[in-house]
Each structure stands twice: as C-alpha cells, then as structure tokens.
Design a protein around this ligand. Structure first.
Ligand code: GLU
Ligand code: MG
Length: 466
C-alpha cells in the first residue's frame, strides 16, 4: 500500500508539473452519484500528488443525494458521519480545452483504510468488465451524447429552474438541417476541437430532431473508458456552450411533450480480438454468446430502466414513435426497438454491434455499463435465446397485434422500473446490497419528490440538472 501510494504520488508529481507548465492551476475530480449528477472536488494542481497518494475527502452521504440536492437514506448510507477518499484516475487526467487553467480526472472512491467503497459506481463498472474478461469476453462501448442548446438568459442564475423562463434557441433551422450547422458553425467547430485536443475521437456531429438539439458520437472503448468519456464530453459541451453565451441541457425531457435527449449505449462483443457480431453462417452474424448476452440484456430491460432511465423526467421522454425504444423488443436496424442490432457495412470488421436506445443522460454511466454487462453475462449463464426480431414501429400496431408478437411495453413509470430493479436477483448480486440499496433509495425519493407533479413542472425542475 505504501509503495503504491509513493508510485501514485510520483506519477502525479510528473503529471502536475507537465500540466502546470501548460498553465493548469486546478484539477477537478469528478464522480457521478446515483441520481446521475457529476459531483466534484477540486484541488490546486500542486496538490495533485497528495491527492493521488492519499485521496481527497468526500462524504458517503452523496450516495443518497437526489437530483434536486435533497438527501435521503438507505439501510447502509445516509447521515453526516464517515468519510471517503476520492482517488484521481491519473491515466485519464486531461487538460480542459473549454476551461483554460483547469484539468479533470474521474475518481474512484475508497474508505479511509484503502478498501474499495462498496457503492463506488466506477469500480462496479470495472468489476463487471473484469467479470466479462474472466468469461473471455471483451466489450467495446460508447455513449451517444444528445443535448439541447439555448441562449443563456441574462440576469438569470444559470442553475435556476424557472418554469416560466423563455427558451431562446440560438438556431432556427430544421431537424437534421444544414441550416442549423451554418447558424452555429463557430460553436460546433469549437466543440469538435475541444473534444479532439482532449483525446476524444469524434465520429459524428449532427443536428437532431428537437429545436436546438444536437448529437455527438465518439469512438468506443472499454466500458469504464466509455463512461469516463461521456462525463468528459458532457462537461466539455457545457463549457464550450458557456463560452459562446449558450446553455446546454442533457435532460431527458427538456420540454414536456417534445422529443427528448437520449444517451444511447452502444456495445460490441469480442472474444480473442474477434467480433462476435460477424460470425459467418450464423443468423444475424451473432455468435451464440452474443445471442445470449443480448438476450440477457433484453430480458433485464425493465429492471435496467431504473438504472438507465432514473428520473421521473425520463418517463416523459419515453413515448412511442420517438426513437426512444419504449417496447421490450429487438430489431435489426430498427430505431423503435429498445435493443437495436446494428449490422454496419459487411466489410467493416467493427461495424456490427448493438445499441440500447432507451437510456438517457440522467443515468450514471458507470452504473449503466456495469448493469448492462451483468445482465448480459447472466444471459450467457442461462443460455438465453433471442426471440424473433421486430420490424417497424411497435407503437403503431394495435394492442392485439403487439400481444400476438409478444411485445411488451417497458415500464412507463419510475416506480414500475424501480420495483423491477428491486426484484432483480442478478442485478442485486452484481451490484451488492450497499449499491443496490442506495440506488433504490434514491429512486424512491425522486418518485416521492415529484409525486402528483405536472409533466411541465417535472421537465422545468430537471431541465438543468445533468
Ligand atoms: N432523441 C431521441 C431519444 O430520445 C433519439 C434520436 C436518435 O435515434 O438518435 O432518444
Ligand atoms: Mg440521436
């Protein structure tokens, strides 16, 4: 332990010297709570070696914080006692292009004696990645980031959730329209440039459906990296927006009744470096383990919604026929299926993968990747098979036709999803009682907070929380 601390201190000393030479003064250490909010402690760059060796203190009570900063409690967590240590992941230390003078690193949480905190979401994601590796599976994952941009109103506190605020869109062009790119070309160039200099490989950037909505997709990586990346992407978009006098919202439902922001999770399965989505002769190219993994994810979706769609606002977004994937079915390149199989061009060895469409950016991305892996591995253990894929939009079928095809609506409320997570034995086993219990407690508190609220009020109250 002592020599590990000394090594970390030395590595951090070298990194801090390099960053300070580039003008970095502060380092933000983030971790994401169970309500999906990135919380932070910052240290001056010269304190980074100390932070790397001993960690930075932060209360365990944040595990039961809700998205409105209220505090609930679980069987294991809550109250003012105790302390945890945030340890920066030095391999992700990044100077922030949108915040000159700042650097960022995601943090793992340990107790004061150096034991992993049982509710540390980032370590949960890593444990599940390792569990997959023990089964010979490698996962490459990536999140899509969708956001809606408006002009920051003058004289308003940027965090104010004002139901009556006027939303002033800086672009008027149509969905997917080049006009929007022309209107915001400096801003979009700065987003791309900031991500690129931070080591994030941008694959695509485009205007989305809703007013002021855009999407950026980034290269896949190992699951923990994918979760780190989406945090960095989001904070970068936020920072570049602010530098342009704009405000970015990643909320699931920006305006109730309109298309919302998704945060779809893409996943590709590999064994010994070979894609399990490109098996010659196999139906859909899927190797047996890929079928069972995806079957496990499909079966677990109702419970997974409490992880991937964690806010009452998430359920405002989850409407049929909005490409959000609200039916428990899968389909080949079907954008209305909750689980979309992407085949890609036949000569693209990495083109084949799958996409969980239902998730949104209120989700803690570390919990999302960890829980999806746990569900997939459970599918492999049970040799789960996939039902027939669905074509077309299940939302336009009659109730009877959906029933005939065996298509079930995913939970339409947070309460229903949380009930399913509570009863999920594989997710309980994978997460452990402390983390599972904390997530349930936060979900129940969010439900209670918004019970009886109108859709517009939920959207307004959560608009700027993620
Ligand atoms: N904005 C849609 C959603 O709520 C997704 C659109 C797309 O398929 O990219 O998830
Ligand atoms: Mg999109």
């Amino acid at each position: 332990m002592a020599s590990r601390a000394a090594e970390q201190r030395e590595e951090a000393r070298q990194s801090a010297a390099r960053l300070e030479a580039e003008g970095v003064r502060n380092v933000a250490l983030t971790w994401v709570d169970n309500a999906g909010v990135a919380r932070v402690k910052t240290v001056p760059a010269q304190r980074l070696p100390e932070a790397a060796a001993r960690g930075v203190g932060m209360s365990p009570v944040f595990d039961v914080f809700t998205s409105d900063d209220a505090i609930t409690e679980s069987d294991h967590l809550g109250g003012p006692d105790g302390d945890l240590r945030l340890f920066p992941a030095l391999d992700r230390l990044t100077a922030l292009a949108g915040q000159p003078g700042w650097a960022w690193a995601p943090a793992d949480r340990y107790d004061q004696l150096g034991a992993p905190h049982p509710a540390c979401q980032r370590q949960f994601a890593r444990r599940m990645t390792e569990r997959a590796a023990e089964a010979g599976l490698e996962l490459r994952m990536g999140f899509e980031t969708e956001w809606i941009v408006t002009r920051a109103p003058e004289g308003h506190h940027p965090a104010a959730a004002d139901a009556y605020e006027t939303l002033d869109y800086p672009c008027a062009g149509p969905a997917y329209g080049m006009t929007r790119v022309v209107e915001l070309s400096d801003y979009l160039r700065d987003v791309t440039e900031a991500l690129t200099v931070q080591g994030i490989e941008v694959l695509q950037l485009h205007p989305e459906y809703a007013p002021g909505q855009f999407e950026v997709t980034t290269a896949p990586g190992d699951p923990v990296r994918a979760a780190d990346d989406v945090v960095l992407v989001r904070e970068t978009v936020r920072a570049i927006s602010a530098r342009h006098g704009l405000r970015a919202s990643f909320a699931p439902s920006f305006v109730a009744g309109q298309v919302g922001n998704g945060c779809h999770l893409h996943l590709g399965l590999y064994r010994d470096g070979t894609s399990l989505h490109r098996t010659p002769e196999a139906a859909w190219g899927l190797a047996p383990d890929a079928v069972s993994f995806l079957g496990g994810v499909l079966n677990a979706l109702p419970a997974l919604l409490a992880i991937g769609c964690p806010s009452p606002a998430s359920y405002l977004r989850l409407q049929p026929s909005r490409w959000a994937g609200v039916y428990q079915c899968w389909g080949v390149e079907n954008r209305e299926a909750a689980l979309r199989l992407i085949t890609g061009a036949p000569d693209d060895p990495d083109g084949g993968h799958a996409e969980v469409k239902t998730f949104d950016a209120a989700a803690n991305p570390y919990l999302a990747v960890g829980a999806v892996i746990a569900a997939g591995l459970h599918g492999i253990e049970c040799a789960t098979q996939l039902p027939e894929p669905q074509t077309g939009d299940p939302g336009v079928l009659g109730v009877r036709e959906r029933a005939r095809r065996g298509i079930v609506r995913l939970p339409a409320t947070l309460t229903e999803a949380t009930d399913r997570l509570e009863k999920s034995a594989p997710l309980y086993e994978a997460m452990g009682g402390v983390l599972h219990g904390a997530v349930l407690a936060v979900r129940r508190a969010e439900e209670a907070h918004f019970a009886g609220s109108e859709a517009e009020d939920i959207a307004a109250a959560t608009r700027w929380r993620w």
